[in-house]
Design a binder for this molecule. Sequence first.
Ligand code: SF4
Length: 313
Amino acid sequence: MKSNWQHNTRSTLKGANSCNDFFQSDQFKDQHFPIKIPLEFANLIDKNNPGDPLLKQVVPFNNVQNQAEFSLSPLGDEGNAPVAGLIHKYPNRVLLITSRVCAIHCQYCFRQNFDYSGHDAISNWSAIEDYIRGNQSIDEVILSGGDPLSLSDEKLQSLIQKIERIAHIKNLRIHSRSAVVTPSRITDKLIGMLNNTKLNVVIVLHTNHANELSNEFANAIQKLAKITLLNQSVLLKGVNDSVSVLSDLSLRLFDLGILPYYLHMLDKVSGAEHFLISDERAIQLHQSLKKNLSGYLVPKLVRDENLASKTWV
Ligand code: SF4
């Protein structure tokens, strides 16, 4: 039997026509990165506000400026994959591509053109296990995607159990936006498996604006209070490029037991040019945040150099 979140996954706006109907607008146009918005997220959008910060993240921009430094694959993810589905950059940790599916399609996503066909950690587990067992310095596995919470609870549990059996793995990190945009994904079974694994679990959520943090999410995330919860955001022009919006986000996250972790500079993927903020403006915003907030509420301002490497801005 399908659980609630799987039914909700089907309650998703897909394509320009259904979005234009829902928002009574004509601004959605189909393009190469298909439009996908879960109703749980769509219902948080103010239909009367064309500048709504949540809406801006999911509307394709139809006036691409073709800036030279933007490209289809800005991070060149595949370069650090010694085994299909596994990225290994730093000695102590590896990242697994566990799913090609996301609950939402964010129009600034740097992986929107990623070729997932050759990178499926689930089907290639045997080779991945051999690789990890052969590298005793690895103590952390990061589940990424797409979104690892797009996997069913059964598949996720099976994967976690396989990772648990590798004696030198101590820490499990899960990167997810689904938990925020479809809070129904935080099922009792998921909570149980994450609370009961012998691994130290860290969940890195992806939230860009306090309006994304619904009451449903607040209720669900309380059940994961035993787990270390962090958040990463992308700095997006017109969505969260103000001190007040970023401060509100940090304070609301902290209310929910989540620490702001990273504030990412935009990855320069074609089609996302309109979200770009200059380094100077980003640094200015970050410095103002430091003045406004306690240090533990100020996320690190970073830029991805590739899938597993960051530099401070
Ligand atoms: S949820 Fe993450 S991986 Fe999926 S489209 Fe959004 S930014 Fe990209």
